[in-house]
Design a protein around this ligand. Structure first.
Ligand SMILES: Nc1ncnc2c1ncn2[C@@H]1O[C@H](COP(=O)(O)OP(=O)(O)O)[C@@H](O)[C@H]1O
Ligand SMILES: [Mg+2]
Length: 309
């Protein structure tokens, strides 16, 4: 089973508008709501690709209920922990004239220690050997930055594929817990390792992360593709040049696509190429999802693999 923990889910409302004018009343053309937050973006990608997935996280209030309903409709197994506080709404404005995105994130709920313990207990009780456990995105207020790291430590000894896509101290602590894979973007990677000021230092750092026990590291590079490394290989996957319409959630789509392919093939390189195709497809689409009727295998074939280092 694939289990995705996105500790900080949100209802994402994506609006299209000609131009956003500050200090005035603005009217949008179109609004589409998605159960969002990085974990649910990963879960939606997996469902789009026909893979079963269970979602964990904290949900509360009216927005929380509404996210549960969208999980149900999308066929995502809802394993969220109910909290007292209200789940957040994030508004994303896409300006047609400016070709610009503005994201306004609400602060989000406060999560008590008891609620945190409840989530961890639910997840740990469910996990079985062979599962993927994805730890994705920020944590809400009240949740410490070792939250993902502690879950990885608690899973030690089980044959579980843990994947971390997070930032700052949350990522740093998770790396120390030796997950199976991490997938930061290059900015997030450099934030944890400010010593990475050149390509040679980047390779040195990647080697050291792998030496210290992370089996696979994928650093995504936006329109330049990604750099994937493990003990056996280090390679870039270059993606075809496309018109990027809305790249928000591309990294999450990458993680979903990777797991779908790795679960089916067990092959790292094939899975990184397929993940890249899924991420490109998301960037080409106005709404944060893979468009229907797109040949993802064909798109994966059109990526270029370049040996790195
Ligand atoms: N402008 C773009 N054109 C084509 N592909 C893109 C573009 N932006 C992102 N992608 C795809 O999405 C992946 C993740 O993007 P990136 O911006 O690095 O991650 P994140 O969304 O986590 O910040 C990239 O490796 C690439 O495959
Ligand atoms: Mg990301």
């Amino acid at each position: 089973m694939i289990r995705v923990l996105g500790a900080n889910p949100a209802m994402d409302r994506t609006h299209t508008i000609d131009s956003l004018v500050l200090g005035e009343v603005n009217r949008v053309h179109l609004t589409k709501s998605f159960a969002g937050g990085k974990g649910l973006d990963v879960a939606r990608t997996l469902r789009h690709l026909g893979v079963s997935v269970a979602a964990y996280g904290f949900l509360g209030g009216e927005i929380g209920r509404s996210i549960r309903a969208t999980c149900l409709a999308a066929g995502i197994e809802d394993k969220h922990t109910e909290i007292c506080d209200e789940t957040r709404v994030c508004n994303i404005y896409i300006e047609n004239n400016e070709k610009r995105f503005t994201v306004i994130n609400e602060q989000g709920p406060n999560v008590t220690l008891k609620e945190q313990e409840q989530l961890v207990q639910t997840l740990l009780a469910d996990v079985e050997d062979g599962d993927f456990v994805v730890l994705s995105g920020s944590v809400p207020k009240g949740v410490p930055s070792n939250f993902y790291g502690e879950i990885i430590r608690a899973l030690e000894g089980k044959e579980v594929f843990t994947i971390v896509d997070a930032t700052g101290n949350l990522l740093k602590d998770a790396i120390e817990a030796k997950p199976w894979m991490i997938k930061p973007n290059i900015h997030e990677f450099k934030e944890v390792y400010p010593n990475v000021t050149s390509e040679s230092k980047l390779f040195e750092q990647l080697e050291s992360v792998i030496e210290n026990g992370v089996s696979n590291v994928v650093v995504t590079l936006g329109e330049r593709g990604c750099l994937a490394t493990n003990r056996e290989s280090a390679f870039y996957v270059r993606v075809p040049k496309v018109e990027s319409v809305n790249p928000i959630a591309s990294g999450d789509t990458f993680v979903g696509g990777f797991i779908a392919k790795y679960g089916a093939t067990g092959d790292f390189k094939t899975s990184v190429r397929y993940a890249s195709a899924c991420a490109v497809a998301n960037a080409m689409n106005l709404m944060p999802e893979i468009p229907n009727n797109l040949d993802l295998n064909g798109l994966a074939e059109s990526t270029m693999v370049e040996i790195a280092g």
